[in-house]
Write a protein that binds this ligand. Structure first.
Ligand SMILES: *[C@@H]1O[C@H](CO)[C@@H](O)[C@H](O)[C@H]1NC(C)=O
Ligand SMILES: *[C@@H]1O[C@H](CO)[C@@H](O)[C@H](O)[C@H]1NC(C)=O
Length: 381
């Protein structure tokens, strides 16, 4: 039932139902929250097949038909490996048959108002510096860029999330944003995925440029919003303080999404579901236009919470985001802040005299390998 004929299945039911003059709404997928308003509920999806079975397919349809409140799904991760269309979604061509069902389901989500985007870059570096951008960042290289354009258009995605985790010039980010906006038009969604420490004043992270400078520039106005990575040791203090420090530095709350791990298996710095829900309450209380939450990543979401299906985590976050906040007396409520545990590797490098963000950066670049991270720090200094 939940395959490509999903939509026509519902259409048929709706027809039969109308004939019987029963309320149609019971059978249609639940209405989707408007994707162009805040808060947003975003789910990253990188694993398309359960690990134990390459032929099995992990459906993203429950994000729609279980009434999670999802507004955006971001498929990850696209990589530019070489010129002439050497592009992969994880390890394979995005046109490979292995992704056929995912693209079909993505279209169903889109037909029902959910925006489907792709993330490009991430922990596997190489797509930006010297490929999409010339090494000085001054120009976009068509040999790498044009095949990206044709792939995004062919796949009919609603937007791209630029997750730059390699040092590039500010002009690389600016030129790329301008070019994408020019080629895809004003309705195409362009987001970026800075780490939490990029947003406060004087902040830095993995991209090598200042996000404050980007945000204040004209190209910054072309970015729809930022999916901040509030994990991996990049959160300074509590989630609330880290988010507020970005807002204080000029990133409007409606332009910052709180990105969290939805499973401790997906990285370091996991925060429990109940703590994330309280953080949401706190940030909703602070900001009328809180930007929303994203979860990285789908297949094992909620595994730490004994939830048996990943969409259940998303749905719980949706309830906290879209539910009515109980009128609470701020005078009497004791406000609790939620500080992610520092990843062990970050703490160990800090004990050796490195500051938190330097340690977190080295650890991410070393893909979590503490010994390698320390070697990189030694070489760098
Ligand atoms: C694609 O790029 C990778 C990484 O640079 C390279 O190893 C591979 O040979 C390229 N494939 C083709 C068909 O050019
Ligand atoms: C995917 O297929 C479309 C349509 O044939 C093509 O334009 C695009 O370049 C292809 N993408 C890749 C990465 O091969």
């Amino acid at each position: 039932m939940l395959n490509s004929s999903f939509t026509s299945f519902f259409a048929t039911l709706a027809f039969i139902n109308t004939a019987l003059s029963l309320p149609v709404t019971d059978l249609l997928p639940p209405p989707v929250k408007r994707a162009d308003t805040t808060p947003r509920l975003i789910q990253y999806v990188q694993t398309f097949h359960p690990a134990d079975d390459e032929d099995a397919h992990l459906s993203i349809l429950p994000l729609l038909n279980k009434d999670t409140g999802i507004t955006h799904v971001i498929l990850a991760a696209l990589h530019i490996n070489g010129p002439d269309g050497n592009i992969t979604l994880n390890d394979e061509n995005p046109n490979a048959t292995t992704f056929d069902r995912t693209w079909e389901e993505a279209a169903t989500l889109q037909q029902n108002g959910v925006k489907v985007m792709v993330m490009m870059g991430g922990a596997a570096t190489g797509s930006y510096d010297g490929r999409l951008c010339s090494t000085n960042g001054r120009s976009i290289q068509d040999a790498y860029y044009l095949p990206l354009v044709s792939t995004l258009k062919y796949r009919n995605v609603d937007g791209i999330d630029l997750d730059i985790e390699e040092p590039v010039a500010l002009s690389c980010a600016q030129n790329l944003i301008r070019r994408i906006r020019q080629d895809f038009g004003k309705d195409f969604i362009i987001t970026m995925a800075p780490v939490a420490s990029d947003l406060p004043a004087g902040g830095s992270g993995l991209s090598g440029f200042s996000y404050s400078r980007l945000e204040r520039s004209r190209a910054g106005k072309l970015v729809n919003w930022y999916n901040g990575q509030y994990y991996s040791g990049f959160v300074q203090g509590s989630l609330e303080e880290s988010y507020q420090a970005g807002v204080a530095n000029g990133f409007k709350p409606e332009r910052v999404v709180l990105g969290v791990l939805d499973s401790s298996n997906d990285g370091s710095g996991y925060v429990s579901l109940s703590d994330v829900k309280e953080t949401i309450e706190n940030l909703k209380e602070d900001y009328r236009k809180f930007g929303g939450v994203d979860g990285w990543e789908y297949f094992d979401a909620g595994a730490d919470e004994w939830l048996s299906k990943p969409w259940q985590w998303t749905k719980q976050i949706g309830k906290a985001l879209f539910g009515k906040t109980e009128k609470r007396d701020v005078q009497v409520r004791e406000r609790k802040l939620h500080t992610p545990k520092l990843p062990g590797g970050v703490a160990a490098l800090m004990a050796k005299g490195h500051d938190q963000i330097t340690a977190a950066r080295a650890l991410r670049m070393a893909k979590g390998d503490e010994v390698e991270a320390e070697r990189m720090l030694k070489e760098g200094s």
